[in-house]
Ligand binder design. Structure first.
Ligand SMILES: [Zn+2]
Length: 305
């Protein structure tokens, strides 16, 4: 499938015939009056900010009238969203862009995406979700297909009041090597999970002897997942393992956009809106395992082409 840019005519058709504000997810509708909305009206970027709406109807009429290139809403909730004043809380979010994935199985050129790297991005997102549930007890979790990757959004009260998001990012993405690699639970478990996912998709290793370790990859991953220290030491020498884990921790960190998690002033693409660059619908994923962007997030005007 080829991802083509939507024309103004396509956008008009989409927002007039297919889009419906009642499809907006609860994490938008429940907090509607606290959200700042932003528009990219013509493809030059989301420069039209500080918008707030008192009703869904008001937002709808704005969207239908202008058929914007892109629509966003704030991750933060404000008492006065039109001035970004009176900060109340912010969703805890993770942004995985398939374009920027350092470990992907496809041969996409930089800046391009295909169905394979979109799947790789989803695997990363599901790994983060697993850790958020297991280690942080987060329940209100949403997986959103953004058009070129995935967002993970958490709206538990506790998650939304977290101040130190940098350390949560490090933990959930496995961005540093744990001193106690084989511990059953906690951070080492998160690190092993994420490292197994990224390692399984890497095409090369920067470290010395990288190609040998790539050949032994399946055994290394298996030993890591099973916390089989003896087996791991048989396959890879101690020093080499240290270098490998170090490299994996960097790839883990680069797989997710850390700035997006840490910066609570961020805006995220509004679910149900159109990602016009690729003509795909930003979609809340209901079935996390079976979701297929081409089947589930393609607008009618693309199907009719
Ligand atoms: Zn690709």
């Amino acid at each position: 499938m080829e991802f083509r840019e939507a024309t103004l005519q396509d956008r008009r058709e989409y927002f007039a015939r297919e889009w419906n504000p009642h499809f907006l997810p609860p994490f938008i509708t429940e907090y509607f009056r606290f959200l700042e909305f932003a528009f990219d009206n013509d493809g030059t970027g989301p420069n039209d900010r500080y918008n707030a709406f008192s009703s869904l109807e008001e937002l709808s009429s704005r969207i239908r009238k202008t058929a914007p290139y892109a629509v966003y809403s704030s991750v933060s909730h404000y008492e006065v969203p039109s001035q970004r004043e009176g900060w109340l809380r912010a969703e805890l979010v993770f942004d995985i862009d398939a374009r920027d994935l350092p470990a992907r199985r496809c041969e996409c050129k930089p800046g391009k995406v295909c169905e394979t790297c979109l799947e790789d991005a989803r695997d990363v997102a599901l790994t983060l979700i697993d850790t958020l549930k297991e280690s942080f007890g987060v329940n209100k979790l949403f997986l959103i297909y953004s058009g070129r990757g995935y967002h993970v959004r958490c709206t538990d009260e506790e998650a939304m009041s977290i101040r130190n998001r940098g350390s949560v990012f490090t933990f959930v993405t496995g961005s540093r090597v744990p001193p106690d690699l084989f511990m059953v639970k906690g951070y080492p478990s998160a690190f092993r999970k994420m490292s197994s996912v990224t390692f399984s998709k890497m095409k090369s290793l920067a470290m010395r002897g990288g190609s040998t370790h790539l050949q032994n990859r399946d055994s290394i991953i298996e030993a890591l997942i099973n916390r089989d220290k003896v087996r791991l030491e048989e396959i890879i020498k101690k020093k080499a393992l240290e270098s490998l884990l170090e490299e994996l921790s960097l790839v883990n960190a680069e797989s997710v956009d850390g700035k997006c998690t840490v910066d609570i002033k961020r805006i995220l693409r509004l679910p149900t809106s159109l990602h016009s660059k690729v003509s795909m619908i930003c979609t809340v994923v209901r079935d996390w395992e079976k979701f297929d962007p081409v089947r589930d997030a393609t607008p009618q005007f693309v199907k009719a082409r």
